[in-house]
Design a protein around this ligand. Sequence first.
Ligand code: DAH
Length: 333
Amino acid sequence: MSNSLSNLEAQLEALRHDGENAIAEADSLERLEELRLSYLGKKGQLSVILGMMGKLPPEEKPKIGAIANTVKEAIQTSLERQRTSLESVKIRAQLEAETLDVSMPGVFRPQGRVHPLNGIVDRALDIFVGLGYTVAQGPEMESDYYNFEALNTPPDHPARDMQDTFYLSDGNLLRTHTSSVQIRYMEADEPPVRVVAPGRVYRRDTVDATHSAVFHQIELLAIDEGLTFTDLKGTIKVFLQEMFGDLPIRFRASYFPFTEPSAEVDLQWNGRWLEVMGCGMVDPNVLKNVGYDPEVYTGFAAGFGVERFAMVLHQIDDIRRLYSSDLRFLQQI
Ligand code: DAH
């Protein structure tokens, strides 16, 4: 029996030794829980040993029971110590992972910017909206009526030439100017009118440094009782000053079928006079075409090329750069 007693003692001692070693080496809380179950669980190693106690003579049971208790406490203490240490390691790792190093360089986020043409359109619209205008739009595929006829452009007018206009097989055409929006807007609305209409226009031009088959215009139209050429001049002057700064401007007599009188506006830029827009008082025939009474209403209109403005403002020497999407160029603006 004493053999069996010392055998049990030895087993308990070995259990404590193995247990403490294994616990000291546990590297995670999960592993620690596995060890707890393996040593102290209901079906764990300590229970197995205690199960063998039943065969001992009754006087020896308390002794083994006492040893078993010390072993159990020792293993529990080891488990506790290891748990505390593993938890603090875990918290430290977490804190380290979450620290914010304010001296680290930031993450580079490439930033887009507004294309120079859209930039001009945005600025121009802002200025006119500030003057009480609303923004209008019209289709890029137009009929001869809206692009020419209603704008008082007779069938034999040179602007209708096949050389200048893209005609479509169905008899329609690609609008050659945004002036067509004038007619569409006036047909649909009663005076007074104050609209500004940006958009793409098309011409059969050979592409070179100053010409493109597709470009952008902004159209201006104001109709009311008693509007005069002075109102036109004042409006254009304010607009150009907002756009280019306080530069000298001049109005030069010109001709457009849809305005009478007509003028072209020049701007003095770097010592040279540059033509920047066309304008005039809306021709009474145009008003009649949309059902406005020219005895009651007068008005003015103007149109200008967005590319032209962009080239002047940003000193661009070739219109094709505006369409090339070359970032080396675009990033300079
Ligand atoms: N539509 C003309 C063009 O494309 C520009 C223009 C001139 C527009 C005079 C107007 C205007 O509204 O009154 O060349």
